[in-house]
Ligand binder design. Structure first.
Ligand code: GLU
Length: 192
């Protein structure tokens, strides 16, 4: 079962996200990653394998400075446990980053729709559709884009979403996923 962490505050987020992910290791996972926002730019680092590999790759978070971020340990359901399939996933324009827990049942149809519209997929996961849907529905209102995107999803999931236009803000969503660690913070379809 995957784990999701988010942090926003006055300290560098990456070391705190890595510590948070370590606390969720007991849930089991096959890959790990974090994204951090700094000065309106979201940077990502992700690896298959252990969180120790991610700590090494990011020099314990030093290579990703910034005060807001989200992190993920993946339990693969759709797509092999590779670096490319690890989360977080990014929108094509680099404005959004998403960490999911769960399964998107109607992802095939959404993937076809988004591909036809020109969105480029970089993984085989079911959940990458979410970040491209958010980009498609974004017209300057982060919350509205997330709500419109999630209204298209069928399945059981929890999400953390970062937007480079909204420093310091993390959107959290839960839908029919009672055991999602992050989802416990936000309740049923409520918004932080
Ligand atoms: N279904 C997604 C995947 O296979 C997320 C799995 C998870 O909850 O970690 O990548």
């Amino acid at each position: 079962m995957c784990g999701i962490v988010g942090f926003t505050g006055k300290q560098n987020a990456a070391p705190i996200l890595l510590e948070g992910l370590k606390k969720l290791e007991y849930r089991g996972y096959d890959s790990a990653g974090i994204t951090v926002e700094q000065d309106g730019v979201i940077s990502v680092s992700k690896v298959s394998g252990r969180i120790a590999n991610l700590c090494e790759k990011t020099e314990d978070g030093k290579t990703l400075p910034g005060f807001s971020g989200i992190g993920h340990t993946r339990w693969a359901t759709h797509g092999a446990p590779t670096d490319a399939n690890a989360h977080p996933h990014m929108s094509c324009d680099g404005r959004f980053s998403v960490v999911p827990n769960g399964i998107i049942e109607n992802y095939m149809a959404l993937r076809e729709e988004l591909t036809a519209k020109g969105y480029i997929f970089s993984s085989q996961t079911d959940t990458e559709v979410i970040v491209h849907l958010i980009e498609m529905y974004y017209h300057g209102d982060f919350k509205e884009a997330v709500m419109r995107a999630t209204s298209r999803l069928t399945g059981s999931y929890a999400l953390g979403v970062l937007c480079s236009d909204c420093p310091g803000k993390i959107m959290a969503v839960r839908e029919a996923r009672p055991f999602a660690a992050f989802g416990l913070l936000c309740g049923q379809r409520k918004w932080l």
